[in-house]
Design a protein around this ligand. Structure first.
Ligand SMILES: C[S@@+](CC[C@H](N)C(=O)[O-])C[C@H]1O[C@@H](n2cnc3c(N)ncnc32)[C@H](O)[C@@H]1O
Length: 253
């Protein structure tokens, strides 16, 4: 992706609370399933945090130091402001880094959180490469695009096969976690409102300003069209795909 295209995507997404489907309630449910609420002085990384919706919930709910990681500094700047405004900046630090080269020592973390971001390096690779950063018994909580049925219409199959060939059913994703030394603590699919009300509706409301800011350039128009196509696909086929939230515990070697 060239720099200008990246700049446009940052402009479209930096003033949003979320850069993908999710919900505070669902982050809290994942926290309950993780069993972390009973523990003290936790060290947690939120990988691909964007402007930090989940990182803020973690900092508010847990006795923890949160390191919120993203490779886009503009998103982290928004999160820093938000954390100060909420009075949680003492417990939440941002870190610009690639999820493919995380700077943590082995077994440094009690939990790794990642909502809608592990796909950037691929689910299986992320699960196997991030594992070493977790203490034995540490928690991995990730949300990931997931087939909700065993079969589906050809059009949606073809779309996702091309966009993200690792898309699969929850049972297949759970198997990957098990094969990589984790035991499952919980799984749930994100409800539709996490897509429509929490992500797509605010995104659609930013299109007009975004196009105006970029003088309706062809590239800006193309970005909006791609987002509109994705929204239409979700509305037509949400019975077949969604985000699955996977909460797993690292087994001791
Ligand atoms: C779909 S957004 C999800 C953001 C946030 N977790 C949320 O749910 O609102 C994916 C995030 O991953 C970040 N990202 C993509 N590739 C990355 C990489 N290689 N290293 C670190 N962050 C990355 C993007 O900048 C973006 O903030």
């Amino acid at each position: 992706m060239d720099e200008h295209h990246m700049r446009l995507l940052i402009d479209l997404h930096e003033n949003a609370n979320r850069q993908g489907p999710g919900g505070d309630q669902e982050t809290r449910l994942a926290i309950v399933l993780s069993g972390l609420a009973q523990q003290k002085n936790l060290k947690i990384a939120d990988i691909g945090c964007g402007t930090g919706a989940s990182a803020c919930v973690l900092a508010e709910q847990l006795d923890a130091q949160i390191t919120a990681v993203d490779f886009i500094q503009e998103f982290l700047d928004v999160l820093d402001c938000k954390a100060r405004a909420k009075g949680i900046h003492g417990r939440l630090k941002t870190l610009q880094a690639s999820m493919e080269a995380l700077p943590f020592p082995d077994e440094a973390l009690d939990a790794i959180w990642s909502e809608g971001a592990i796909y950037n390096m691929g689910f299986e690779r992320g699960v196997s490469e991030w594992r070493r950063f977790l203490k034995p018994g540490g928690v991995l909580a990730v949300s990931e695009i997931t087939w909700l049925t065993d079969e589906r219409p050809q059009r949606v199959q073809t779309h996702w096969q091309k966009e993200y060939p690792e898309i699969d059913t929850a049972s297949a994703k759970i198997k990957i976690l098990e094969q990589n030394g984790f035991t499952i603590l919980g799984y749930f699919p994100l409800p539709g409102r996490c897509w429509v009300e929490n992500y797509y509706a605010p995104l659609e409301s930013r299109f007009a300003d975004f196009l105006r800011l970029h003088n309706n350039s062809l590239e800006a128009e193309a970005i909006v069209k791609a987002e509109r196509d994705e929204i239409a696909l979700y509305k037509a086929y949400n019975a077949y795909f969604g985000y699955g939230y996977y909460i797993a515990k690292k087994l001791t070697d």
